[in-house]
Design a protein around this ligand. Sequence first.
Ligand SMILES: [Fe+2]
Length: 197
Amino acid sequence: MEQDKILIREYSPDMDELSHDNIIDAIHSNKNNITYSHKINGRWENQYLSIQFLPQIKKIFHFACKVGKEMIDRSLIIPHKEMGLPMDEFWFNIAMPGESTGWHDHKDRSLLSGVYYLKVPDNAGNINFREKNGDQFREWQIRSQTGKMILFHSNMEHSVSKNKSSENRISIAFNLYALPIDIDAFSDSYSSNKFYL
Ligand SMILES: [Fe+2]
């Protein structure tokens, strides 16, 4: 559908497999520095790890900001604490076998949101989007794939299907903001009331 092209884009940034392993290693070896925002259905939904522990992810952010600008014609940043801001607007999603993520959207003050897949084993689940069409939702799925980036408007509702593989599914998610940033827009935690049934 024409509308999907406007709201969602898929990309393949130039990151080699080595970089994926490197980032995943950094997540695992810095377990003690990970903070969690909220629990949904018995699991920690978002895992936060400061950029100082994995500076290599800046490459992913640069790519997202560049293509995000082409998408909506606004200069964008992914706010994080190294910028002197109170909040890291990126986090890791680690879905163990059997886990899924319910319907939600992201903060309404960011313009775009994105995900980059670090490790998606076969049958580890895809990302689903839905849009209200009268009383009903129109729902569709985009394939999650290692090395793929998906950018979408932050107010779009999305979910992740159940991980039916025997390994973890690992991705990095982020929000892109336009300057100037309204500092008051940042709370000190992720807004878990963004989750819907
Ligand atoms: Fe999300």
